[in-house]
Design a protein around this ligand. Structure first.
Ligand code: EPU
Length: 336
């Protein structure tokens, strides 16, 4: 296996935080899983790195870093109700979405331009513009290091919920996602409910997945910074879920509050709005700051480390708590 020691991870995380790994091993072939098992047993602890777009890395990462670079996409089956497509974990998510469209397998276009890899997508159940990954997953193929075997977890066993899955909660050191199998719906129907898409009259009544793909790319480019230009990890906080009564009370005091009803007496609040209203949008604190067009996105202006970004996050959380009595939860995974 390709093992490297004292590796600079600064360019392997999209926030661009200064970080080094004690040891890094590249995983690019499922045939190497038994060898990887032995390495993990020796190391004791490991951390899986995909595109590095949803992590806050500390200066020194002690667990063995497994860098996933396995590639391959294949159509497994064309069923009456779905194309079943398998992608290896190291495939770049956005390229995979584009490839599916080219092959005539639509269904992921609303998730265009999300940074990261296919293998990372189920961990946080990525979602955008009205589609969440869980709606398109058939199963996840994952190596279980506790049992030293490959298992296929049907979507229903993945514990998916908003930006969450069992892969975040099962004991650390259990899983390495090896491949994801998608069920891309047949017949395909466009999902255009999200306000940003509904407002685009050019899309009204469209039956063109490519047009939706392009529109989503355009919206994201307008609102979200490109990590290659300005370090960031997308939304730094989840949109908090609160009881409807709490939302109603807040709305009386703050009529502009943006929220979505989830049913069962629960509402999701737009964290971006809360942070924006606290005056954080575009603010800078040394090497870190809040993006000027999207208050949910924290950015690294250059040279920041995990402490810098977390100090800023703490200040934002404290302000939102003081003003609205709402607790914000960090979205990217913290790696120490
Ligand atoms: N808003 C503000 N100020 C801001 C940002 C947002 O007032 O600075 C308001 C907007 O005007 C809008 C509402 O808040 O009324 C929601 O904003 P937006 O539609 O931009 O979506 P979001 O809730 O900020 C979520 C996801 C994004 C995803 C978009 C589109 C989370 C944590 N974030 O953002 O996901 O792209 O919806 O579906 O759920 C990510 O997870 O990294 C991510 C970018």
């Amino acid at each position: 296996m390709n093992r490297q020691f004292d590796v600079d991870l600064t360019s392997f995380n999209t926030l661009g935080l200064r970080s080094r790994a004690r040891e890094l091993v590249v995983f690019d072939d499922a045939a190497r899983l038994p060898a990887l098992q032995a390495l993990v047993e020796q190391a004791g602890a490991f951390f899986v790195l995909g595109g590095g777009s949803n992590v806050v890395l500390s200066g020194q990462v002690d667990p063995l870093v497994i860098k996933v670079q396995s590639r391959g996409i294949r159509l497994l089956e064309t069923r009456d109700d779905a194309h079943i497509v398998e992608a290896q974990a190291g495939e770049v998510w956005h390229d995979f979405v584009g490839h599916c469209l080219e092959q005539g397998w639509p269904g992921l276009e609303n998730l265009a331009l999300i940074p990261g890899t296919v293998g990372a997508a189920p961990v946080q159940n990525i979602g955008a513009y009205g589609v969440e990954l869980e709606q398109r997953v058939h199963s996840v193929l994952a190596w279980n290091f506790r049992q030293a075997r490959l298992v296929e977890l049907p979507a229903a066993d993945c514990g998916f919920s908003y930006r969450d899955s069992r892969f975040k909660h099962d004991p650390a050191g259990t899983w390495l996602i090896v491949a994801v199998r998608f069920a891309l719906p047949r017949p395909w129907t466009p999902v255009l409910d999200y306000p940003d898409l509904r407002q685009r009259s050019a899309l009204a009544g469209t039956a063109d997945a490519r047009a939706i793909f392009e529109a989503v790319c355009q919206i994201r480019r307008q609102k979200l910074p490109d990590p290659a230009v300005l370090g960031n990890a997308g939304s730094f906080f989840k949109n908090p879920v609160v009881p409807q009564v709490q939302r109603d009370a807040l709305r009386e005091q703050w009529p502009g509050l943006v929220s979505y009803e989830l049913g069962q007496g629960l509402c999701k609040l737009a964290a971006g709005w809360l942070i924006d209203q606290c005056g954080w949008k575009g603010r800078r604190d040394g090497s870190v700051g809040v993006h000027e067009r999207q208050a949910l996105v924290l950015v690294n202006h250059g040279g920041a480390n995990a402490q810098d970004i977390e100090r800023l996050a703490q200040s934002i959380r404290a302000d939102v708590r003081r003003r609205y009595g709402v607790e914000l939860e960090q979205e990217p995974v913290r790696v120490v």
